[in-house]
Design a protein around this ligand. Structure first.
Ligand SMILES: *Cc1c(COP(=O)(O)O)cnc(C)c1O
Length: 415
């Protein structure tokens, strides 16, 4: 039987042609195509300025560093996310303060954030998990009511007067919250263009700036440009001009600019995203809803509620009344039927590095429950409705096989 992969990229002739054009253009690193991609991201999200980098991870770190986050500082992150969210805080020498997530959608729990804010809190990093925006109204209320605790130690912190809201939006390009884009909810929002994400450049990301109007966003854009290129006063394109070889370096900056060869992929991807890729993904999500609805043991996610529309990045199915051992065995049974599934996520406190730093899974019961019962089903552009039906059937069969093994071998179940 033909295997169903988890999320292969959509690489067709149009992408091959645009990459070839970039390769033949004489300009392969950061240049006109990267700038064009930034303009597309701005047009799509409604933010004044977007800056492309070579990963979402690098983008989040650039923003934390710009805000002066460093040793002695704390950054609040959900325990239920990809390691990048906390790793960038570690890179800055600060402490990731993990909090639990909401039972409904596994986004960061505003009440847990409220309980975790201290005078050391310099940033809060919501994650739009699976493409569903976090509950920003409640998060902003928490930030406002705890503003008096904030202790500014840099000019940027002084100017903002509260912790930076920096979203890990690796999943949520195209998602909507209260009628606005997911990039218009926080001070800065960072998308990922990694190979498995809704829009890809193979590797890449974009920082969307949405700071209060007292900030000079164009100046910040120039700072990010400089910081993404060794702190060099002129980028390659500027140096390319006649007799403009000389430059200076004002800080030991990073090296995380996006090359035009990769931006070429993103340009094709993003132009067909809103009217083609995104509706297709949302439809596939709804197809799963339909096929899984009759199964009372299937706790289905949702792509939409009163205020939010997800970008349908992940279909996060939970199995009712299952534990880790049963979920893992069920995943094996799904793979045995030629269907690739995944788990998003193994919570941060279970990863050796964070466990060894003293984070305890027991402190995050909701994240723990999600982790033990979740199975992520495939969604990608070329997936057919008939394949969605096959995935649902494979999940159903795996469930019943697992249940039956439970009845015949009850002692195998841990109490
Ligand atoms: C993919 C992902 C990232 C990292 O994105 P990169 O572009 O690979 O740096 C960060 N956070 C989450 C939740 C992700 O899924």
């Amino acid at each position: 039987m033909e295997k169903i992969p988890f999320s292969p990229p959509r690489i067709d002739q149009e992408i091959v042609d645009e990459v070839t054009a970039a390769l033949r253009s004489g300009w392969i690193t950061t240049g006109p195509r990267t700038k064009a991609l930034e303009a597309e991201v701005e047009a799509m999200t409604g933010v004044t300025k977007a800056f492309c980098v070579n990963s979402c991870t690098a983008g989040m770190e650039l923003m934390l560093r710009w805000f002066g986050v460093g040793p002695g500082d704390e950054v609040i992150v959900p325990a239920y996310t990809y390691c990048a969210t906390a790793n960038v805080v570690m890179h800055c020498g600060a402490k990731p303060v993990m909090v639990d997530v909401r039972p409904e959608d596994a986004t960061i729990d505003p009440q847990a954030v409220a309980a975790a804010i201290t005078p050391h809190t310099k940033a809060i990093m919501p994650v739009d998990l699976g493409g569903m925006p976090a509950v920003y109204d409640e998060l902003w209320e928490v930030v406002e009511t705890h503003k008096n605790l904030f202790q500014a130690t840099t000019p940027e912190q002084e100017q903002l007067g509260r912790p930076l809201m920096l979203t890990d939006a690796a999943h949520s390009l195209g998602a909507i919250y209260q009628g606005k884009s997911s990039a218009q909810q926080a001070d800065a929002t960072v998308f990922s263009f990694h190979a498995v994400k809704n829009v890809t450049t193979a590797e890449g990301g974009a920082i969307c700036l949405n700071l209060p109007s007292s900030f000079d966003v164009l100046a910040l854009y120039r700072t990010l440009n400089t910081q993404s290129l060794h702190g060099q006063s002129k980028d390659a394109l500027a140096k390319f001009g006649k007799n403009s070889w000389e430059y200076d370096v004002h800080s030991a900056g990073f090296k995380c600019n996006m090359p035009d060869v990769l931006a070429a992929i993103g340009l094709v991807e993003i132009k067909r995203y809103t009217n083609d890729t995104l509706p297709k993904r949302i439809q596939l999500f709804e197809d799963y809803q339909q096929f899984l609805k009759p199964m009372d043991w299937a706790q289905r996610p949702f792509a939409k509620d009163e205020h939010r529309q997800s970008s349908a990045h992940l279909y996060l199915l939970r199995i009712k009344d299952f534990d880790l051992e049963f979920r893992n065995a069920m995943i094996q049974r799904i793979f045995d039927q030629g269907v690739s599934v995944n788990v998003h996520y193994k919570p941060l406190p279970l990863l050796s590095f964070y466990k060894n730093l003293g984070y305890h899974m027991g402190d995050f019961p909701v994240a723990c429950d999600w982790w033990q019962r979740v199975i992520t089903l495939p969604i990608f552009y070329d997936l057919q409705k008939s394949q969605v039906e096959r995935v649902a059937a494979a999940v159903k069969k795996a469930y019943h096989q697992q249940k039956t093994s439970f009845h015949t071998l009850p002692l195998h179940r841990k109490s």
